[in-house]
Design a protein around this ligand. Structure first.
Ligand code: PBG
Length: 329
């Protein structure tokens, strides 16, 4: 059977018809908004490379989060900008750290009960050198990001954030063995019910550029290619996911999103676990730049980028467009 019996355009003729046959949907509950928490009160500092995104003190973050919660947003992913950085990332695992304080305060806000508070677990924002782990320097300027000692701090950080009230902990460092270490640290403290959302498939990407301004976490030397994945590798991503699931990850986060949609699809087909994708800072900034020039239609391009990530197989999306998209949905 083909034309003229079949006319594909019959089902495209009106919006109700298109709505009826739409295969993929976006809903606010599947969108997660990142928050960058800084010390102080009444602070709302614009991030030049990410129009519409701010470093915010806890009180300001609560204002925005409350508005977003009213839109039905799924949750928030918290990052911290500590007062001080050092070479042990003390601010990450300190029970009085900036994100721990934010979590405790936000957990008392009834208006946020309908949303999830997800704590990004990483050391880079708290390290004076900006790497995601402990740096051991060798002679002649060589250095190494130590895996196992970093994992100890990462597990300690996750436990501290869960104690402070994180609904979910999300390790983003890409050290080996950290999911198992975090599970053990949580279970040791009777935090059996805190899920781990592992950034299992994280590529070393140029698209994280603007984030490093937002989180003040650019490495002071070298780059992250000895721990994050090479962008050319699809099979390696699947192996990373497999390992993290075997270590006890409850959910998996993949990033970046747009340049890696094929990897998201492959993971979706292979693993029956909840999958999230992170539409990262650079993906946001390049679209914003085009919107500012009037080169792309803001609402349509934003929603199209998000639906493509859902169509590739992501159940939920971490995105700087969360509030703006939720308003349109
Ligand atoms: C921390 C972390 C990064 C991002 C999320 N967690 C930065 C990095 O790995 O360099 C990137 C998020 C974004 O670009 O929006 N390790």
């Amino acid at each position: 059977m083909d034309f003229p019996l079949i006319r594909m355009r019959r089902l495209r003729r009106s919006e109700p018809m298109r709505t009826l046959v739409r295969e993929t949907r976006l809903h606010p509950g599947a969108l997660i908004a990142p928050l960058f928490i800084c010390p102080g009160e009444g602070v709302r500092r614009a991030i030049s490379s990410m129009p519409g995104v701010f470093n915010q003190s806890i009180d300001e973050a609560i204002k925005d989060a409350t508005e977003a919660a009213k839109l039905g947003i799924g949750g928030f992913l918290l990052f911290g900008l500590p007062e001080m950085k050092d070479e042990q990332a003390t601010g990450a695992w300190d029970d009085h750290g900036i994100v721990q304080q934010a979590l405790r305060t936000m957990k008392r806000e009834r208006a946020l009960d309908s949303t999830l508070l997800i704590a990004d677990v990483c050391l880079c924002e708290y390290m004076s050198h900006g790497h995601c782990g402990i740096v051991r320097s060798a002679t002649g300027g060589a250095y190494e990001i130590e895996n196992d000692s970093s994992v100890e701090l990462i597990a300690k950080t996750a436990a501290s954030l869960a104690r402070a009230g994180a609904d979910i902990v999300a390790p983003s460092d890409m050290m080996d063995g950290r999911v198992a270490a975090i599970r053990e640290a949580l279970d040791d403290e009777q935090l059996h019910d805190t899920p781990i959302l592992s950034y299992a498939s994280k590529f070393a990407s140029a698209f994280y550029g603007p984030f490093r301004e937002a989180a003040d976490s650019a490495p002071q030397f070298g780059d992250r290619r000895s721990y994050q994945m090479d962008g050319a590798n699809r099979r390696e991503a699947l192996r990373e996911i497999e390992l993290d699931l075997s270590e006890g990850a409850d959910m998996v986060l993949m990033k970046p999103a747009l340049p890696y949609l094929d990897v998201i699809r492959e993971a979706r087909d292979r693993y029956d676990v909840p999958l999230g994708a992170y539409q990262v800072s650079g993906e946001y900034s390049m679209l914003q730049a085009a919107f500012e020039r009037g080169w792309l239609d803001r609402d349509r391009a934003m929603l199209e980028s998000l639906i493509s990530i859902r169509r590739a197989g992501a159940d939920f999306i971490v995105t700087y467009f969360a509030q703006a998209a939720a308003k349109l949905l």
